[in-house]
Design a binder for this molecule. Structure first.
Ligand code: GLA
Length: 384
């Protein structure tokens, strides 16, 4: 029976635009464990991206960024991986989400998507996940797709993996969608279960200092994929679906069985990092924030010596933060540059940040930028 839309639905269909904000993330611990089906402990940060979606009459997607001079326009019929000109690739994180929605059989319509963000890009704080997740949430709302949070994570991840072509593991999108104020998220990357764990820095009298080392960080240049392949190869040789399936008790045996030193180091990092991540969550569940420090620092040593994804700028920042009284410090994110975090007393943070800057100046490194972060809420709607 044909029916006239309910007044409420009619009203909803006339919505002009909607705006969502989604955050970047800091990973407290559990690095390069996500694509090994393992555990990680990220938190959403106050810096993020906003996406405003409004309807267009023509069947095109227009992407406008406050950080770019010119918009990018693509016909909906042309939306597919590889369709964007090289100079327009920045818009791929947005177009990729729209493409992933269409891939699931949903109907797209002409839309303009305006984005504006304050997550430093290329710093390992997941500006790309913030962008993808804000767009996924805004499109879900505007097009009334009725997707839930795990669906939004999957869409955002599909955009990054299959449209942009970065073989990342899903932690960043999970953090951006599920983030909670004053909580880190224990993520089981096999089941995608997320457990918020208390991490109230202010109540504990602590600061989490982020040092953006400004050392270039690039995930699509092959090194990330190389690490990922090595882990998959190690799991295959050890006869397990993923390195997640090996605990500390199996470490010695795994080391005996792997044929080469590089694979042994990569596997050792992942197996020990999963264990440190779970230990860290255990301490935080009982409010022992300072006590996680040694786990953070051990994670850094493992990334430096076994996974070999740090660079001199990053190692230096960690050394200086520790010398200035950090309870623990480590690189966060994919590596090969990016940011370092230090868990500190607020009174020491400023002096520590200045000391890192002085150490960098002494070596002619690009000047770093330091700031404190707290755990913030995940994707949320800004418009009424
Ligand atoms: C990047 C990726 C994540 C994760 C981290 C390393 O941030 O996007 O999926 O693999 O590196 O932990």
């Amino acid at each position: 029976m044909a029916s006239t839309p309910e007044p409420a639905a009619q009203e909803q269909d006339e919505r002009v635009e909607c705006t969502w904000r989604a955050p970047g993330r800091v990973n407290l611990i559990g690095e390069h464990t996500d694509y090994n089906d393992g555990f990680c402990l990220p938190m959403a940060i106050p810096q993020g991206c906003t996406a405003t979606v409004s309807p267009l009459a023509e069947p095109v997607l227009e992407v406008v960024s406050a950080q770019r001079d010119a918009p990018v326009e693509i016909a909906l019929a042309d939306l597919r991986p590889g369709a964007l000109a090289e100079s327009d690739e920045w818009a791929g994180y947005v177009a990729g989400v729209a493409w992933a929605i269409a891939e699931r059989g949903h109907q797209l319509r002409g839309m303009s998507i305006s984005i504006d963000g304050d997550v430093p890009s290329g710093a390992g704080l997941s500006s790309s996940a913030a962008l993808e997740c804000s767009v996924a949430a805004a499109l879900n709302d505007q097009l009334r797709l009725g997707l839930d949070r795990p669906d939004l994570v999957a869409l955002a991840r599909q955009a990054e993996n299959d449209f942009v072509g970065a073989p990342t593991g899903g932690m960043d999108q999970l953090a951006s969608i599920f983030g909670e104020r004053d909580r880190v998220l224990l993520c089981d990357m096999r089941t995608l279960a997320v457990e918020p764990v208390p991490f109230d820095l202010a109540a504990a009298g602590l600061t989490l200092l982020v040092v953006d080392t400004k050392a270039p960080h690039q995930l699509t240049d092959g090194l990330y994929g190389e690490r990922r392949s090595a882990c998959e190869e190690a799991a295959r040789l050890l006869g397990v679906p993923a390195l997640r399936d090996l605990g500390l008790e199996e470490l010695a045996d795994a080391m005996d069985r792997l044929p080469d030193e590089t694979l042994r180091k990569r596997a050792r990092h992942v197996i020990t990092e999963n264990d440190r991540t779970l230990a860290c969550a255990d301490l935080l569940r009982t409010g022992q924030l300072r006590q996680i420090g040694p786990l953070l620092t051990a994670s850094h040593a493992s990334m430096r010596d076994d996974f070999e994804i740090t660079v001199p700028e990053v190692d230096l920042a960690v050394e200086v933060l520790l010398a200035f009284g950090a309870f623990g410090a480590r690189m966060t994110g994919g590596g090969f540059g990016g940011c370092v975090i230090g868990l500190m007393e607020p009174a020491q943070a400023r002096a520590a940040a200045l000391a890192v800057a002085a150490a960098y100046a002494g070596r002619d490194y690009i000047a770093p930028v330091s700031f404190g972060v707290t755990a913030a809420d995940g994707a949320h709607r800004l418009s009424d």
